[in-house]
Design a protein around this ligand. Structure first.
Ligand SMILES: [Mg+2]
Length: 302
């Protein structure tokens, strides 16, 4: 039986059971253990866990409570949980499943049952993650797509609203890209888009920033906690990065190389405005940048 890789957290106050389970799994998986629910909660939040094997009867708070806590936290809700238990009544099993458990393993523990059930849950989680990644990635350039941008904008909007931090957005497109395609063909056009996406992604310096492709030759960069004063540094870096890459564009009336126009805006999110307002304002500034003759950036503060 071929095993997927993954990190498993075992939470059980019975050291014998903990060691027994750990011994069954540590050949195929990365296994960490906690002998109480508090430590289990800490590890589940801190480590990148793919599966939790959870005892029900434990001091401090029991496995059902820990399961509910993990399922109620956006950071840990997607980690599958299997209860390891001597309790096998239909009522207890139902309670556990209702608390969000993915499965049960009954004591006494049997190695092949444990391995089979663990494998099912880990594979299912990896499959879900793969599909999630596919649905939020632009297939041509490999950068996040429109859907990912829309979801991230909503999330960062709420987060910056709570913390009263500014949220900045740059929108940009490749100047005269239709002429580029007409001149070099659509395959070369695709290569140009891939190159531009890579360069823009590389020009972002912080982990929380998001570069996404949202249309044909249109990209956005969402910059949380970025004040208006810092926005022109990024906008200028984008513009110069693309220009200095010196991708030939002989048909462009702007330059001999591929260039971009950039518009940007900053808002401190509040309840009176919708996230789309930030996008609308940045779009207005993109229009201004094009009016300036393209290969420019223009920024407006909200
Ligand atoms: Mg116990």
């Amino acid at each position: 039986m071929e095993m997927p890789t993954g990190k498993i957290l075992i939470v059980d106050d019975d050291k014998l059971i903990m060691n027994l389970l750990s011994g069954m799994l540590d050949e195929d998986y990365d296994v960490i253990c906690a002998d109480n629910s508090l430590e289990g909660l800490r590890l589940a939040r801190q480590e990148q866990i793919d599966l939790v094997l959870l005892d029900i009867n434990m001091p401090i708070f029991d496995g059902q409570k820990l399961c509910q806590t993990l399922k109620g936290d956006p950071e840990t809700k997607d980690i599958p949980i299997i209860f390891i238990t001597a309790l096998v009544s239909a009522e207890d099993e139902t309670k556990g499943l209702e608390a969000g458990a993915a499965d049960y393993i009954a004591k006494p523990i049997n190695k092949s049952v444990v391995l089979a059930r663990v494998k099912i849950q880990i594979e299912a989680k990896q499959q879900r993650e793969y599909l999630e990644k596919l649905s939020t990635t632009d297939p041509l350039t490999g950068v996040p797509n429109r859907r990912c941008f829309d979801e991230t904008l909503e999330r960062e909007w709420r987060r910056c609203q709570r913390s009263e931090k500014p949220l900045s957005l740059l929108v940009l497109d490749i100047d005269c890209f239709k002429l580029y395609n007409d001149c070099y063909g659509h395959l070369a056009g695709d290569s140009c888009l891939i190159k531009v996406a890579q360069l823009l992604t590389g020009a972002l310096s912080r982990g929380g920033d998001l570069l996404a492709r949202i249309g044909g030759e249109e990209f956005v960069a969402l910059l949380p906690d970025t004040p208006f004063e810092s926005l022109d540094v990024v906008a200028d870096r984008f513009r110069t990065t693309i220009e200095e890459a010196a991708i030939p564009h002989e048909r462009s009336p702007i330059s001999e190389v591929v260039t971009i126009s950039v518009g940007g805006s900053t808002l401190i999110p509040n309840q009176k405005v919708e996230p789309v307002e930030l996008h609308r304002r940045a779009d207005e500034q993109l229009y201004v940048a094009k009016e300036k003759g393209r290969n420019h950036y223009s920024l407006g503060v909200g």
